[in-house]
Design a protein around this ligand. Structure first.
Ligand code: HAM
Length: 428
């Protein structure tokens, strides 16, 4: 039987992981520069959490969640990070400890979508959630954080789309306006949308079905229905974005696929590359009702998440693998024993070392050292050990030299670290 990875779930091999580390490291730094601290929440949450917060009639909840029962509990492998973060925020009464909370996270999310380039069933998000600030200044700062991050990692081809959904009152009036628009043309809608019409007509605007797009083309815009407070917030967000110099477009059709949003919504879309329909690099918005909906006090919140795989397809830089600073090629028993000790000493000095313990011929060990991209190869034969020396072969400069075994670790460490500045000089 041939066992393969689950469809839509990918192995990430070491040569690719190097770029993941770069991206993750850059995100951590960027988020921390903006005052965010990392939070880690479980991969499993009660199914009810997502059903309630993301919305019963969303695609994710209706069709895509990995849910199961265990020990009498209904559980779901998280399809996103926001609901779990808000649950943790309420559960630990964080609002009582600080007025404003900034959390970031990195991690795997799971959605049973149809796999395609840039769309997977296990994918990784980097996200931020901010609790306790009603904005609009912080809405603009959040959007600027995303745009600034993309630029920082070398992605320039993107457009920021923003829209406002208004608060609860506006949403209700919008629901009625949408019902009035869609009901006479119900027969032209997809089956999903016909079913969702009465419960949640907003979801029709977000449908991927061409039939729904046609009927939605002249649907009313929520921006025309904002009440005074929503309008002031929306004007404030745009003013702050202008102050920050963020390039954005107002996208009246932007509703996003989750039910918890209020007021500001945004998405960042790639304008180059080959992501096709999966060009949305990041999405987010305000969700002022979630904390109270989870039994907490009325605390406003805003956040976003970026798809890491999508960022990686756009981020410049080729896959690479860390090179060993030193490759040890022992010949014979005494040479091997000495190499074991030398490898330990070098690692203690912070030099990445690979010791070839296969006991093969020198030629094949040198070939291996070359393939790994090692700068230095140390040849340690029984004859060398007897004379108290070793041979260093510089694989780039193509020179060979003999040095005393005594004190060799220090000499090798200095040379190896000079050759690969990425290694940790003097570590441990
Ligand atoms: P979302 O729009 O569902 O929002 O996902 C955010 C980003 O995750 C997308 O823009 C995309 O880059 C990536 N993504 C989503 N699904 C997949 C997939 N199947 N394969 C690959 N990448 C994917 C959220 O998840 C919200 N929690 C964002 C948020 C945070 N809103 C407020 N706070």
């Amino acid at each position: 039987m041939e066992l393969r990875a689950v469809r839509g779930m990918n192995d990430i091999l070491p040569e690719e992981v190097e770029r993941w580390h770069k991206l993750e490291g850059a995100f951590r730094l960027h988020a921390e520069l903006h005052g965010y601290a990392e939070v880690r929440t479980p991969l499993l949450e009660p199914t009810e959490l997502f059903r309630h917060q993301m919305g019963e009639t969303t695609d994710v909840v209706e069709k895509e969640m990995y849910s199961f029962e265990r020990h009498g509990d209904q559980l779901t492998v998280r399809p996103e990070g926001t609901a779990g973060a808000a649950r943790a925020y309420v559960e630990h009464a964080v609002h009582a400890k600080e007025p404003v909370t900034r959390w970031y996270y990195l991690g795997a999310m799971f959605r049973g979508e149809r796999p395609a380039k840039g769309r997977y069933r296990q994918f990784y998000q980097a996200g931020c959630e901010l609790f306790g600030d009603p904005g609009p200044l912080c809405d603009a700062e959040t959007i600027d954080l995303v745009a600034g991050f993309l630029q920082h990692i070398g992605i320039g081809d993107f457009v920021v789309h923003v829209n406002s959904l208004g608060g609860a009152g506006t949403r209700e009036r919008y629901r009625e306006a949408l019902l009035a628009h869609y009901t006479p043309r119900k027969g032209e809608l997809s089956e999903d949308s016909q079913r969702r019409l009465a419960k949640n007509p907003l979801r029709i605007l977000d449908s991927k079905d061409q039939r729904d797009h046609e009927v939605s083309r002249d649907a009313p815009s929520i921006l025309d229905l904002l009440d005074d407070a929503d309008r002031a917030h929306w004007d404030g967000v745009r003013r702050c974005l202008d102050v920050l110099g963020v390039n954005y477009v107002v996208d009246r059709s932007l509703v996003r696929g989750l039910d918890y949003y209020t007021r500001t919504l945004f998405e960042v879309k790639a304008t180059a590359g080959d992501l096709g329909a999966q060009s949305t690099l990041a999405g987010g918005g305000r969700y002022d009702g979630m904390v109270a909906g989870l039994g907490g006090p009325s605390v406003p919140a805003i956040g976003f998440a970026m798809g890491m795989e999508r960022l990686l397809t756009m981020m410049p830089g080729a896959p690479s693998r860390r090179r060993p600073g030193c490759f040890l090629a022992p010949l014979g028993q005494a040479g091997a024993d000495r190499a074991l000790v030398l490898a330990k000493q070098l690692r203690a000095l912070g030099v990445p070392v690979e010791l070839d313990g296969r006991g093969g011929r020198l030629k094949s060990m040198l070939r291996r050292a070359d393939a790994l991209g090692a700068r230095l190869c140390v040849i340690l034969g029984d004859a060398e050990v007897e004379r108290g020396v070793l041979q260093i072969k510089d694989l780039v400069a193509h020179v060979q030299e003999e040095i005393p075994l005594e004190g060799a670790a220090r000499v090798l460490a200095d040379r190896a670290l000079e050759a690969s500045p990425g290694a940790q000089r003097g570590a441990r």
